[in-house]
Design a protein around this ligand. Structure first.
Ligand SMILES: *Cc1c(COP(=O)(O)O)cnc(C)c1O
Length: 477
């Protein structure tokens, strides 16, 4: 199977060819040329599978140029209780992503038991192993450059630490991350991980990454790569847990399930869309926004109006604070009936900072066919939902998961199970939990003293040349 660009002007590529890259050369995002479909018989066979078997079944269709035996070894190495169990030994961890029942028909899908306590570990850990495998095979190396406001950077570093032929240069802002998030990243002592702390805010970090990536000579000389959320392998790996959850809460494949997804860059919910296209009987995909409601506005009105970075609000669910949703183009590509000329026309507006209105293109009615609905959650809603979940279900959820639960409940249908994706553990957002519940969240075993571990980072001015100099000094270590 080949992958094509949403903008239709780049050559088709294999999974391995797009694995290490980001955008297609025409500025689009890669999508499968045609979706493989799981039949009713396939789904019956998948129902009894454990996480690793399911992962292999899904990925072997999407990454069909990697020999199945190699893919199996990578999957087996990635999805283990040691990586996703945080020292817990209960039998649930054989499941990798257990579902927690809140009440009849309402569940939390646990995705945040990996090393950095956020769902991004689910895909990023696989990406680490896939990168190492592909680079070894090709005899190449890569220097990953990224900017983080918290969760992505730590997930990338924990996935790439100690991997051969991979170095990570992660820019993080001096201001804006929680102490826990800083300690998670800066306490890593691996020689291939470089934490560059920029005197500035997240937008400064992102601007530097863009400037370095636009210097094509530097980029090719130092083999600069990325692991951002548009990476197709990440989306593909995220589709696996939709299958796992579906089988966990149903008894037969004529049943449907709805999923509520706390959303920012639209990666996680896009993976749900992909699972649906692969044949999983999904009823609704509920897109939950916070105060940064670009996506909710679209699903209510048909208008996609990315905000300027400076318009982005800083909220108590910070990992959803986005001004534009970088994976959204994938969904719109399918929505237009895979009309790449239409996508080019729509994104010509987006790329000049303007909006588009799908109603004006006669395409908005189609959104319903894909089961996508949305809603918005504010700080007040988030606090109330964390309180409600603690009281009614005796469970503590993080602020992002609370946004998902709040909006999910607004779209719940009788008789259809609703699965809310847990995108982080509450331990990661201690201040918000203290505000909501008046007490600190529990920490997983082994992280009690995280903030007192020795830290390793370098502080730099928000200056492109300073960052380039650090990369140049270590790019061949
Ligand atoms: C990244 C992240 C999100 C948003 O996910 P997208 O795939 O960008 O939509 C939500 N919650 C948490 C905790 C995250 O880290």
């Amino acid at each position: 199977m080949k992958y094509i660009s949403t903008r239709g002007q780049a050559p088709a590529q294999t999974f391995s060819q797009i694995l290490l890259g980001g955008l297609a050369p025409d500025g689009g995002l890669y999508m499968p040329e045609e979706y493989p479909r799981f039949s009713a018989d396939d789904l019956d066979a998948m129902r009894g599978m454990d996480y690793r078997e399911l992962a292999l079944t899904v990925l072997s269709r999407l990454a069909d140029d990697i020999p199945v035996a190699d893919l199996k070894a990578l999957v087996d190495k990635t999805y283990t209780a040691a990586v996703y169990g945080h020292g817990r030994t209960d039998s649930d961890f054989g499941q990798v992503t257990p579902v927690r029942r809140l009440e009849e028909g309402l569940y939390i899908l646990e995705l945040s038991n990996g090393p950095t306590l956020a769902f991004k570990d689910m895909a990023m850990q696989l990406l680490g192993n896939l990168f190492e495998y592909a680079l070894d095979k090709a005899g190449q190396d890569i220097n990953i450059l990224g900017a983080t406001s918290g969760d992505t950077g730590s997930a990338a570093e924990y996935a790439m630490r100690g991997k051969h032929n991979v170095r990570v240069f992660m820019l993080s802002p001096l201001e804006g991350m929680t102490r826990f998030q800083q300690a998670q990243m800066y306490s890593l002592q691996d020689a291939n991980i470089h934490n560059l702390v920029v005197r500035g805010v997240f937008d400064d970090c992102q601007d530097i990454v863009k400037a370095v990536s636009n210097d094509l000579d530097f980029k090719s000389l130092y083999r600069i790569g990325a692991v951002n959320s548009i990476n197709w392998a990440r989306v593909a790996a995220q589709s696996i847990y939709y299958f796992k959850a579906y089988f966990a809460v149903t008894t037969a494949n004529d049943q449907k399930v709805s999923f509520a997804v706390p959303s920012g860059n639209f990666g996680n919910v896009c993976a749900g869309h992909i699972a649906r296209q692969l044949g999983l009987p999904i009823h609704k995909l509920v897109v939950a926004s916070n105060e940064n409601d670009v996506l909710d506005e679209f699903f209510r009105t048909g208008v996609y109006r990315p905000r300027a970075g400076a318009e982005t609000l800083h909220t108590s669910s910070p990992s959803m604070d986005i001004s534009k949703a970088s994976n959204f183009e994938r969904f719109v590509f399918d929505l237009t009936g895979r009309d790449s000329a239409k996508v080019r026309e729509l994104w010509a507006a987006v790329d000049r900072g303007a909006a588009f209105d799908l109603k004006a293109h006669g395409l908005f009615e189609r959104v319903a066919e894909y089961g996508m609905v949305s809603g918005k959650s504010t700080h007040k809603d988030r606090m109330a939902t964390i309180g409600m979940a603690a009281e009614r279900f005796a469970t503590v959820i993080d602020p992002h998961t609370a946004d998902g639960l709040k909006v999910g409940l607004e779209h719940r249908d009788p008789g259809i199970p609703l699965v809310c994706l847990e995108t982080a553990l509450p331990a990661k957002f201690e201040d918000a939990i203290v505000e909501a519940l008046g007490r600190k969240p529990e920490r997983p075993a082994g992280l009690a003293d995280l903030e007192s571990l020795p830290q390793r980072y370098e502080v730099l001015d928000a200056d492109v040349e300073a960052v380039k100099a650090v990369i140049a000094a270590h790019a061949n270590d």
